[in-house]
Design a binder for this molecule. Structure first.
Ligand code: CA
Ligand code: CA
Ligand code: CA
Ligand code: CA
Length: 373
């Protein structure tokens, strides 16, 4: 009996070690903007960069992805039956059209002409972008399990907001031309759109890729990329990913997935551990090129009352949205009276901390940090 209890305690301790961010893991992430991005790259890459706490990532190979998926991508959240959690076929509010048993139902090289035949490995950044090279090809953070048919329908398309769908999967994932307005304005080619439940998940694995491979990404051709190693994404595709990151915040499923992949690959997705890093890194690329920061002066900031005042010059503002640092919408206000200074009230109801205020103008979105006391 004592032996059993000791074994159980040991097992729990071992699991516990994987079930959280290791102490010191992000200690060297002290900068802001693209300097922070490079610091994160050193934390999650496979090089020894001489960090005080150095975790070098491990490439476990292409076939091992199916093994990793058993711990990282099981449905313990919806049907809760341990089948493969496939973001392209999972119906969060209902019964899935089909389910896959891990390993048994993996792609054997046949079928895939209809949905439900087999699951395989979907490179959310297409393999063709990096010429199917390792370790990218084998990186479970952004290579996810998916139905073989849906995987093929997405092909090498960027992620975006579908205007008119020319193909739709059983759970509502869509392919079609990109909606060339709103936050997805600026691209008219075909894109693939995951369902709302997984938009943030997909955004954060794309953002992970931009950090993990920032020393190589500038040479890789892809419509989502702008050819730089720092910003990485074109303005349009960054806007899409950022919007999805905000509207579908980090879930327990992603936290569990990150921990499970860390246990195998020895590296983590920083944007699941620290959702606020997205803003910290890309804050100067959030569609602010038309305005200087001073034109949206927020005061008092930090707050000491129930209201803040936003000086906006002559710019017409249509909406204010306040998000928590994890991306949860906590306040929303339509602006109709639009002269001089505008206000945002009801701040006393909110917990102290850092928030992101999204200011919607006629043709742009500005994001400013707001600290609530
Ligand atoms: Ca390193
Ligand atoms: Ca399911
Ligand atoms: Ca379901
Ligand atoms: Ca989600």
């Amino acid at each position: 009996m004592i032996k059993k209890i000791t074994l159980l305690a040991l097992t729990l301790t071992t699991l516990g070690a994987f079930a959280q961010i290791p102490t010191g893991y992000y200690d060297s992430a002290t900068g802001t903007e693209f300097a922070l991005k490079t610091q994160l790259k050193k934390i999650i890459d496979n090089n020894n960069d001489g960090l005080a706490t150095e975790y070098q990532s491990i490439d476990k190979g292409y076939s091992y992805l199916y093994t990793t998926y058993q711990s990282s991508d099981s449905d313990n959240y919806y049907e809760n039956n341990g089948t493969v959690l496939d973001m392209y076929s999972e119906k969060p509010g209902g019964v899935d059209a089909y389910e896959y048993t891990h390993i048994t139902d993996k792609d054997n090289g046949t079928g895939g002409t209809v949905e439900g035949d087999f699951y395989n490995r979907e490179h959310t950044i297409p393999q063709s972008v990096f010429s199917s090279a390792s370790p990218m090809k084998n990186d479970a953070h952004f290579v996810i399990p998916s139905d073989k048919k849906v995987n093929a329908q997405r092909g090498n398309l960027p992620y975006g907001v579908v205007d008119v769908a020319n193909w739709t999967s059983t759970n509502g994932s869509k392919r079609g031309n990109n909606l060339n307005s709103g936050y997805s304005a600026g691209y008219t080619g075909d894109v693939f759109e995951p369902i709302d439940e997984f938009k943030g998940d997909i955004a954060r694995v794309n953002l992970y890729f931009a950090v993990r491979y920032e020393d190589q990404v500038a040479g890789w051709p892809y419509d989502m990329f702008d050819g730089t190693s720092d910003k990485v994404f074109t303005q349009t595709f960054f806007n899409i990913l950022y919007q999805w990151h905000l509207q579908d915040p980090v879930s327990q499923r992603e936290i569990d997935r990150n921990n499970a992949i860390f246990a195998e690959q020895n590296n983590r997705n920083p944007f699941i551990d620290h959702p606020e890093y997205v803003y910290e890194i890309w804050k100067n690329t959030l569609g602010v090129e038309d305005y200087t920061a001073n034109e949206f002066n927020i005061h008092p900031n930090p707050t000491y009352a129930d209201v803040v005042y936003i000086n906006k010059g002559d710019i017409k503002v249509s909406k204010l949205n306040l998000y928590s640092i994890t991306g949860k919408l906590v306040l929303s206000k339509k602006i109709t009276h639009n002269q001089g200074t505008i206000t945002l009230e009801n701040l006393n109801k909110l917990a102290s901390g850092i928030y992101l205020l999204k200011i919607q103008t006629d043709n742009n979105t500005i994001v400013k940090k707001l600290v609530i006391n």
